[in-house]
Design a protein around this ligand. Structure first.
Ligand SMILES: Cc1ncc(COP(=O)(O)O)c(C=O)c1O
Length: 437
């Protein structure tokens, strides 16, 4: 008997086929409001149910679901609640256009400039990084090189992986002061840090410590051009995806991990890893997949799969909050409608305004580069004589939501994004001026 995707982890096919809506996607779309007008920033802001009593400058932490995403979640939730078995069995395991997992991969791939089958759906950046580092065939004697600037999730993903494999990890600084770093100095510091045992390099695209945006494309080219052993480049891209006009799949990194619940406005609890087929094939899966038919068929025969590892095989299986996972497509569609370049230009303009305003204050030290080429949507700063936590507290008292960076050396952060206005940025800058005395 031929095994189809539908049979994969599913109950008898005949039962579900008889109960199926013609197209789950079409049925959900017919029930949801038409795509809103997103041609002005005011209309984009109107999609968010954010409390207007506050100025939200920490949206990069975790997003408020905009209306199209909320509507998609609600549509899928209603469908699942009406008929959990048929909806999930159909949405996950059917062939062709009705497979919502494949639909989400296709929407994401369009944005990344990638092939849909190379997009692995995860729950967040952390899970993606852990899957990649645990999946790499590291062995004793190998070294993973990362930087002193990376996030807890990145460092710990490496540490836990090298602990198991007998490999080692090492961190190098790429700069002393992010604000004065240049593309050349960053590349030079990284190349100098590479040792004879380095096999993997882990970097962060936009640093949530200082707000610097690494020139990943240039770094990847420099890594390729150097003599010596080939290296794999793993990128934590969470704060660049959705804030920067880059085609991720052509940037030159080997593994790109990001949550989509921050700048992309996809549902909370969603994320992705992208790699090409050759790099997926290097990895050893960690968690049984529910989306890789080969693995399932091999299991039925009590064998290990013989085909190479793919994005689908790396995707953590078990049943998920599917209304959230499937509604990821709506967020990527929303970004396509707004336009990646237009979104990036807006974020750049608001951040330029914020940086210029803060830089004009002699009591403020800006840690984010002024150059738009080396920054994105995060502005990290210090106020002379006022601790970062105190700056954030005093901003909060003025109904301005900022944050401190969760690193050993911490700064205050403002992150102007699509939910903010020029006027709000001006008010935040003015508030910092008041706090600085
Ligand atoms: C640079 C960086 N990487 C990873 C993470 C963790 O992200 P996630 O919640 O998607 O796992 C964060 C959190 O904001 C971050 O700033």
């Amino acid at each position: 008997m031929q095994i189809t995707r539908r049979r994969f982890l599913a109950a008898p096919a005949a039962l579900s086929v008889a109960l199926l809506p013609t197209s789950l996607l079409a049925a959900v779309e017919a029930e949801t409001a038409p795509t809103p007008d997103l041609s002005t920033w005011e209309s984009v802001r109107a999609q968010f149910a954010l409390d207007p009593a506050w100025m939200h400058f920490a949206s990069f932490f975790i997003a408020s679901h905009p209306a199209p995403v909320q509507a998609a979640i609600e549509g899928y939730r209603r469908a699942i609640d009406r008929n959990p078995f048929v909806t999930v069995e159909h949405g996950m395991f059917s062939e062709g256009a009705d497979n919502l997992h494949v639909h989400v991969q296709a929407e994401i791939a369009d944005y990344l400039g990638a092939r849909p089958q190379d997009v692995c759906l995860t729950g967040n950046t952390t899970t993606g990084l852990a899957l990649v580092y645990q999946g790499l065939p590291l062995k004793a004697g190998d070294e993973v090189l990362c930087t002193t600037h990376d996030h807890y999730s990145h460092h710990e993903s490496i540490r836990l992986a090298v602990e198991r494999s007998g490999a080692t990890m090492r961190m190098v600084p790429l700069f002393e002061d992010a604000a004065s770093a240049s593309i050349g100095s960053i590349i030079e510091a990284l190349l100098k840090g590479i040792g004879p045992r380095t096999r993997v390099v882990g970097l962060t695209w936009v640093h949530s410590s200082s707000g610097i945006r690494l020139p990943i494309r240039e770094i990847a080219a420099a890594l390729r051009a150097r003599a010596g052993q080939p290296l794999l480049l793993v990128v934590d891209g969470v704060h660049g995806l959705g804030s920067t006009d880059q085609t991720v799949a052509t940037m030159g990194c080997d593994y790109f991990c990001a949550g989509t619940h921050k700048w992309m406005f996809a549902p909370r609890g969603t994320g992705l890893v992208w790699a090409n087929a050759e790099n997926w094939a290097r990895l050893r899966p960690l968690i049984p997949s529910f989306t890789d038919l080969d693995q399932y068929v091999a299991w039925e025969r009590q064998q290990a799969p013989v085909s190479p590892t793919t994005a689908d095989r790396m995707a953590p299986g078990g049943f998920h909050a599917y209304e959230h996972q499937w509604a990821t497509a709506a967020a990527f569609r929303m970004h396509r409608q707004m336009g990646r370049a237009r979104v990036a230009a807006r974020i750049r303009a608001l951040n330029d305004q914020c940086k210029a305003g803060l830089a004009a204050n002699p009591k403020v030290t800006l840690h984010t580069p002024m150059s738009a080429g080396l920054s994105a949507g995060l502005v990290a700063f210090e106020v002379q004589g006022v601790a970062p936590a105190e700056v954030v507290k005093q901003l909060l008292a003025r109904r301005i939501i900022a944050s401190t960076s969760p690193y050993a050396i911490t700064y205050a952060r403002l992150a102007p994004s699509l939910v903010n206005t020029d006027e709000e940025v001006e008010r935040a800058v003015r508030a910092v001026r008041e706090i600085s005395g």
